[in-house]
Ligand binder design. Sequence first.
Ligand SMILES: C[S@@+](CC[C@H](N)C(=O)[O-])C[C@H]1O[C@@H](n2cnc3c(N)ncnc32)[C@H](O)[C@@H]1O
Length: 245
Amino acid sequence: MEIFFEIHKDLPREGPGNNESTKKSFSFLKQLPLNPRILDIGCGPGMQTIQLAKMTDCKIIALDTHQPFLDELNRRAKRKGVQDRIETVNGSMFSLDFKDDFFDIIWSEGAIYIFGFGKGLKEWRQFLKKGGYFVISELSWLKQNPPEEIKGFWKKNYPNIKLIEENIQIIKNLGYDFLHNFTIPESGWWDDYYIPLKNRITLLRKKYKGNIEANKVLDQELEEIFLYKKYSEYYGYVFYIIQNK
Ligand SMILES: C[S@@+](CC[C@H](N)C(=O)[O-])C[C@H]1O[C@@H](n2cnc3c(N)ncnc32)[C@H](O)[C@@H]1O
């Protein structure tokens, strides 16, 4: 775990995504109150949190279990002058403790997989106002029948990855209005995530030269990057924009 956090410390973000995709998702939300209440689950260092705070006069609760990410988010919010709109909370998505019907938007980029896509949408609903929105990004298959190599990788690392149509069906089965989906551009994997991650791995290779355990972890991270380069047409990060009827 220690090396994992050393790899991931102070990166621009902690999963694929970019400000353009956050902005695009937000543009689908209509008739929001003047000061919407937003819950950002698994916020990490908060690139999307800051972007949201810049776009609307909102009040955001940014929730994560890793305090160094929340500290970094607080520093960034101060630098951007949006600290008054953001409250960081060290808490778990497995035990949310908010009033019912409290949020206008529940936002989560690249984190619902930890709880489960369908499970999160079902169990977090109570905190969302009627007419409120879920905006969720989730790793999804873009095509049927991916090659064995990549299928095997994700079977081991995220067995619940589904096709876009399957996720949309889950949303509809839960009784939500499914509004829209789109796949983030490949640049959203590289610019703020894989390129900084790769640079970090190069630095740590030097530091951990000869350390077999540490290099195993670095190899695993590199494998994911290598496979994305090879198979990016088969899977992607997909935003799902959903309304609570
Ligand atoms: C893949 S990262 C995504 C971070 C951020 N949303 C982004 O896109 O840069 C997943 C985040 O979920 C957080 N996390 C892990 N388990 C959690 C839990 N039980 N409750 C809340 N957050 C959790 C991690 O600390 C990490 O910041």
